[in-house]
Design a protein around this ligand. Structure first.
Ligand code: GCB
Length: 604
């Protein structure tokens, strides 16, 4: 799935900004066809952003159901004869897009793009009414899953089994773009190298009306725009001599200009960037370009004050600066695909990414927090065939969007599913196979929680890498780092011995209130957070199979209301407004020694 772009044959208009906004409290909008008229509302809402923290009215923040966005859009006169498309980078969790009265696109899954060819519904040089309905409901059939209950006083309440606030709305950009009727629809690039020669296998998919004989060709440009290779055909291989590899800390990118000619005339042109690199798991090592790679960094969240999960270029650059400052060479897109701009930035700056689907909370253990102890995960009333279908869609859409990003070195197909329960293998075996089929070039993993021990886990062998979230010293052996250290070392040792595969500890950390200090091992203090991380690092340094450390979390983030969270999850090395806690400084000291390659453009 190609990101829209401007090119010699395509034009792109950004539709971000203010929209009329209406909350559908009575669930009347779809029934009454709100798209047919100007929305009856005085509210306005900025796009992109979550709407939840924008308004002072708590019924908007807590609303469960549809909200509606609307604006007028003028189509350029010059687009006559072109195909016109609309694309939403995301609508969390479900979106319906109307052009004037007509439903042109609908999509479930809050973190991946969708769109439609709207040519037949619009007229160049005139305006149309764009209406977008967005639903934040999570059910057994969605990824992530959730359930809706009626409160005693008749309100609808959304429950979910994940530890981040259910922010909703139009979190990412909206685009209007033109293409020729015969167009490049998809490009897949796979790279390798032998000695100093890069080998690029590519595949180009055309769409639209073919009036033959189309001629497809590619030109490869280096980072300075100089042509270094070329080939003809919609599928093939090209060699790049004296190749410059994409490396952690050095995000060197080439461009593949894919062109379609017909009768000597350029019909379509699309430029796909890519990096030449390899990824491989060998024994207990994770290799990038044939060299052992050690992950330093964080599980993150798209989460900021006011805008919630809204993408903001300035906030994004700020977060990458802080990653560089701590010496992080990588991060995990916990617990959903991030905005594609984030992946592009990581590509350009040589930051390594573990790319995760939104499959978080597939675990009855967490239902216990809501008084539903004893529930089974893989059962008709919870993770069932509908969940599996949405999960397949989530994996398919993630790979379709992110397959050409060199920064992505590993797919994480779920966070903390029930791995030790009956039914886990039957559920995950086909999903692991699907992921490998869709992308044979990258390793595949899932993120395991503590009830899946080396003895009880039923699915670890289906995956290439062990990704473990462990909270010894926090949820287990709280405040006792000595016992925590023993337990952690014993468990990591058991995984190492049983599987001989690389282990990335994808979460470890402690909630910490900035400014709370203690001489003792006191949970919530800044000293305790730093001491806990130090303890983990001692164990990692003694365990050969550990190839990565991702602290939970990069920054404090918002959660739903609950008595174990104080204004959100406070395990950040940075506060929610991105000030360093003591732990951020100690991570910076450690990672300066662990990794020597700094991301491009970052102050060391
Ligand atoms: C986890 C989850 C993460 C939570 C974290 C915590 O295991 O993967 O989403 O936020 O624990 O802090 O409890």
């Amino acid at each position: 799935m190609l990101k829209p772009q401007n090119s010699p044959t395509r034009e792109l208009i950004n539709l971000d900004g203010l929209y009329s906004f209406k909350v559908d409290s009575d669930r009347a909008g779809l029934r009454d066809g709100w798209q047919q008229n100007k929305l009856d509302t005085a509210l306005e809402m900025g796009v992109p952003a979550s709407y939840n923290d924008i308004f002072t009215d708590s019924t908007i923040r807590d609303h469960v159901g549809w909200v509606w966005y609307q604006r007028e859009v003028r189509l350029p006169r010059g687009w006559a004869g072109e195909r016109v498309h609309i694309r939403l980078e995301s609508a969390t969790h479900e979106g319906k897009v109307f052009v004037n009265d007509v439903l042109v696109a609908e999509h479930v899954g809050g973190y991946t793009p969708f769109g439609a060819d709207i040519t037949d519904h619009v007229t160049p040089g005139t305006t149309f009414r764009l209406t977008i309905a967005v639903n934040n409901e999570l059910t057994q059939a969605t990824i992530p899953p959730g359930s809706i209950r009626q409160t005693e006083d008749g309100r609808r309440h959304q429950r979910y089994l994940h530890d981040f606030y259910n922010y909703a709305g139009l979190h990412r950009s909206i685009w209007l773009y033109s293409t020729p009727s015969l167009q490049v629809q998809d490009i897949t690039v796979a790279t390798g190298f032998t000695g100093t020669t890069g080998n690029i296998d590519y595949q180009i998919e055309l769409g639209g009306v073919m009036d033959g004989p189309e001629r497809v060709s590619v030109r490869i440009l280096d980072a300075d725009g100089k042509q270094v290779a070329a080939a003809a055909g919609a599928e093939g291989s090209v060699a790049i001599h004296d190749v410059v590899l994409w490396q952690p800390g050095k995000g060197y990118l080439y461009s593949m200009v894919a062109e379609v000619h017909n009768g000597g005339k350029l019909v379509d042109s699309y430029t796909q960037s890519f990096g030449v690199r390899t990824v491989e798991v060998r024994g207990n090592q994770f290799l990038i370009n044939g060299e052992p790679f050690y992950f330093t960094g964080f599980g993150m969240h798209e989460d900021h004050v006011t805008i919630g999960k809204g993408h903001s270029p300035a906030h994004m650059v700020g977060d990458f600066q802080l990653l560089g400052w701590t010496g992080a060479n990588s991060f995990r897109t916990a617990h959903y695909p991030y905005a594609e701009e984030v992946m592009d930035y990581a590509d350009r700056h040589g930051i390594v990414v573990i790319d995760e689907t939104a499959a978080v909370g597939l675990n009855a253990l967490f239902a216990g927090f809501f008084g539903e102890g004893g529930k089974k995960t893989y059962a008709e009333d919870f993770v069932n065939e509908d969940t599996a279908a949405s999960h397949r869609q989530a994996i398919t859409e993630l790979i379709a969007r992110d397959k050409n990003h060199p920064s992505v070195v590993l797919w994480s197909i779920a966070n903390e599913p029930a791995a030790a329960e009956e039914g886990a293998r039957e559920y995950f075996e086909p999903l692991a196979a699907l992921t490998r089929k869709l992308d044979p070039t990258r390793p595949v993993g899932f993120v395991n929680e503590i009830s899946g021990t080396p003895e009880t886990d039923r699915i670890a062998d289906l995956f290439d890498v062990l990704m473990l979230n462990r909270y010894y010293g926090w949820y287990v052996h709280t405040g006792d780092l000595a016992l925590a250290e023993r337990a952690l070392e014993a468990e990591l040792g058991a995984w190492e011995e049983k599987y001989g595969r690389p282990i990335i500890v994808t979460e470890y950390g402690a909630d910490t209130i900035p400014g709370l200090h203690s001489l003792y091992d006191q949970p919530w203090s800044e000293e305790y957070q730093a001491a806990l991380l130090d303890m983990y690092h001692r164990v990692f340094d003694r365990t050969a199979a550990v190839v990565g450390e991702h602290v939970w979390n990069f920054a404090d983030f918002q959660t739903s209301n609950g008595i174990i969270r104080v204004d959100g999850n406070r395990k950040g090395a940075f506060t929610r407004d991105r000030r360093p806690k003591a732990a951020a400084h100690s991570l910076r000291r450690r990672w300066a020694q662990v990794q020597h390659r700094k991301p491009d453009g970052q102050e060391g």
